[in-house]
Structures are given as structure tokens and as C-alpha cells.
Design a protein around this ligand. Structure first.
Ligand SMILES: Nc1ncnc2c1ncn2[C@@H]1O[C@H](COP(=O)(O)OP(=O)(O)OP(=O)(O)O)[C@@H](O)[C@H]1O
Length: 289
């Protein structure tokens, strides 16, 4: 698929969110999109997914596409498997194939027990598994993932990592946005950054930008927690710095405020979970040091 001189603004006089974006999305590739909050990443992904149209410019060569939006419409009057079968049909599958794939994917995500649960009664995590499943069961040539890992438990996040690798290995293109700079680290064939209204390709090996790491001067949060036996801070979202807590039994994790929710979720969802003692804003860094 190709984008040529694509621009998008909301309303005829609204500011340009994206302007003059030209982009080639080759088959068999994994593409990461980065940028600050509100920079236009979701806008770009909606254009790629075909659920929004450019205000100017052209998109050509659209393949069969599936999309996991940042927010999933959870209140629809379906059971999980009923909804997935319905969407499978929308993607062009026969009902029986759609139902079989829905069941297989729910099973892979550890949510088979919720196949017959109404969507409105699902937990946030299970809803997200349904959101991801509706895209994966289509076996699309282009898979667009907008923060699709958010809300998934660690095992489901790994399942999604594997599913992405499988899609790419099958010749597909996967484009993703994620707040965790280490998501699929080293696996992306190309990385792009939305800055102002531009989309720039990042050189291979470029460090994650301030939106992903938090940057020296962005607000930070200190989480003091008791680690379960054997746990380390090495694989936690937001790359927190870890130091021993004041009483010797806790670990003090300092993380960019933008990542504190994801970090807390990961700590609470760990098996066994971390025990959170306190969550406090960090003092601003000392400018004179
Ligand atoms: N439907 C809409 N109507 C009007 N303005 C919009 C709409 N969607 C997005 N915007 C504006 O476009 C800009 C880019 O938003 P977008 O959601 O694409 O950014 P983002 O990088 O995905 O943000 P985040 O990281 O917070 O999800 C923002 O200023 C936002 O307010």
C-alpha cells in the first residue's frame, strides 16, 4: 500500500494533523509509529486502516485490512463469540470458519471460558482480547494495531507478540503504536515518528524519543512496592529505574508519569503480583546538577 501526499485535518478550517505524508508499506514487514500524545498517531492509523479518509492526497493498493482501535465498543448486544462470528463474516469468512477461528483465538488468549459471555459483561482485559481476536481471525494482509497490548495480561501480550510475528512471517504487514518503547523491540523493519504535522522515518537503531522514555524533564512517579520472590524490574513497562526502598523490604520504581498506569497494571497482573505500598509524584529534577 502507498500513501502519496496524504494530509488530514478535522473540519475545513481545523489545523493540519498530518500533512504531505508519503509512505510505502511493503509486504512482510513490521512498522512502528511513534510520537507524543496527541501528535496524530491514531489519526495516521485510522487512515491506514481505511476507517478514515485523507483530506488531501491518495492512498493506493489497499490490501485486506483489519484494525484494533484504541477504544473498543464494548456495549454491543452480542456474546463474545457471536460478535466475533459476525465480524468474521464482515471480513468475508463463512460463518462456520469465523466461529471456529474465533474459538481458537479466544483459547490462545486464555479467554475460551468467556466465549458465551455478553460483551457488556466482560472485564476490560477480556474485552481487549475480543478486540484483538476480531482483527486476527481475519488473517489480514494489513494489520493495524493502536495500543492493542494495553489491558492485556502478560501471557496475552506474549500471545499477541507471537501473532504479530506469525502475520509478518505469512507475508503480511503489521503497523503498530504502543506506549512501551520495548514492545517488539528490535523486530520492527521500519520506525516512523509523527512530529508536528510531519511523518519522519527514523534511522535504524535510533533511541526511543522523549514521548516513549519520559525524557528528563517530564513528570515522573515513584511506586514503592514489595517484589514477589524472583521478580526483577528488568521487563517492566516504561523502563522504571529500580532502587531499594527506605525500609529495605520494598523496591522503589521511578517511571515517567505517562507510563505509571501501564507499570501499575503490570505489577498487579504479575504472577504472583507485586504488593504496592505507595504511589507518589517524584520531585522535579534538580536543574543545577
Ligand atoms: N475526530 C476528531 N475530531 C477533531 N479532532 C480530532 C479528532 N481525532 C483527533 N483529533 C485531534 O487530532 C490530533 C491528533 O490526535 P490523535 O488521536 O491522532 O493523536 P495520538 O498521537 O494518537 O494521541 P494519543 O497518543 O494521545 O492517543 C489531536 O489534536 C486531536 O485532538
Amino acid at each position: 500500500m502507498r500513501l502519496d501526499g496524504v494530509g488530514r485535518r478535522y473540519g475545513v478550517r481545523g489545523p493540519w494533523v498530518l500533512r504531505n505524508v508519503s509512505l510505502d508499506l511493503p509486504r512482510r514487514s513490521l512498522v512502528r509509529v511513534e510520537g507524543h500524545n496527541g501528535s496524530g498517531k491514531s489519526t495516521l492509523l485510522r487512515l491506514l486502516a481505511g476507517i478514515d479518509a485523507p483530506s488531501t492526497g491518495r492512498i493506493t493498493g489497499r490490501p485486506r485490512t483489519a484494525y484494533v482501535p484504541e477504544r473498543f465498543p464494548a456495549a454491543l448486544p452480542f456474546t463474545a463469540v457471536g460478535y466475533l462470528t459476525h465480524l468474521g463474516r464482515v471480513h468475508g469468512l463463512r460463518g462456520r470458519t469465523a466461529a471456529r477461528r474465533a474459538t481458537e483465538w479466544l483459547d490462545r488468549f486464555g479467554a475460551a471460558g468467556h466465549a458465551r459471555t455478553p460483551l457488556a459483561e466482560l472485564s476490560k482485559g477480556t474485552s481487549q482480547k475480543v478486540a484483538v481476536t476480531q482483527a486476527l481471525l481475519a488473517e489480514p494482509d494489513l494489520l493495524v494495531l493502536d495500543e492493542a497490548w494495553t489491558g492485556l495480561d502478560p501471557a496475552a501480550r506474549e500471545t499477541l507478540d507471537r501473532a504479530v510475528a506469525e502475520r509478518v512471517a505469512a507475508g503480511g504487514t503489521v503497523v503498530f503504536v504502543d506506549h512501551d518503547p520495548r514492545r517488539l523491540e528490535g523486530a520492527a523493519d521500519a520506525r516512523y515518528r509523527v512530529t508536528g504535522d510531519r511523518l519522519d522515518r527514523l534511522p535504524d537503531g535510533a533511541e526511543p524519543g522523549p514521548a516513549e522514555t519520559g525524557g528528563l524533564h517530564s513528570p515522573r512517579v515513584i511506586i514503592e512496592a514489595v517484589a514477589p520472590p524472583g521478580a526483577t524490574a528488568a521487563d517492566l513497562p516504561g523502563r522504571p529505574s529500580a532502587t531499594p526502598g527506605p525500609d529495605g523490604t520494598t523496591v522503589r520504581l521511578t517511571v515517567a508519569a505517562a507510563h505509571s498506569d501501564a507499570l501499575l497494571r503490570a505489577l498487579l497482573a504479575a504472577h504472583p503480583p507485586w504488593h504496592i505500598r505507595t504511589v507518589t509524584p517524584a520531585p522535579p529534577p534538580d536543574e543545577n546538577r
